[in-house]
Design a protein around this ligand. Sequence first.
Ligand SMILES: [Zn+2]
Length: 193
Amino acid sequence: MSDVLRVQWTIIARTAPQPWLTCGRCGETRRFRSSDKIRVNANGKRVDAWLIYKCTDCGSTWNRPVLERRPVRTIDPGFLTALHTSEPMLTRRLAFDVESLRRSAGRVEEFDDAIVVKSVPSKSTMPARRLEILCSVPEPVGLRVDRLIANELRLSRSRIQRLAEAGDLVVFPSVSSLRRPVRDGMRLVLGRL
Ligand SMILES: [Zn+2]
């Protein structure tokens, strides 16, 4: 028996990160959005593949490298088919790979719009005095911890700040600030609700 109510929140990002690049047609730095289309070029025994991004202003394209001059025999056939068909799970995974995107693009903007799916794995019969939220975040999202709690528990941000200062909101592993984005595996423990 426990007086802790444990819940799981799965936070599904809606908008993939977008790079800021110099657009040749606009002549200025613009945000580019994944078109969810992959272009493959098989040249003899080697394969190049790119995820195509489009300028959000004029539609000009930017090709983000996925494979460069890769010998075709070293590529898993299933992966090659997924590339050729711009398979949606693959394009989503690539579009949300923010580290790799940063390596090719430099400045990248992340977004905080997400769907939060809640579940209660085990119910306690005792009244809960504390709430423990396990966060599952399949793809990185720019959603701040304080905004997540504010949105989902309908608490004001000042209330959240006071709870944190009183030790009634603790984040594991600890974060330097509640303004940091929520990450996979994070636990939020709230007391005295
Ligand atoms: Zn443009």
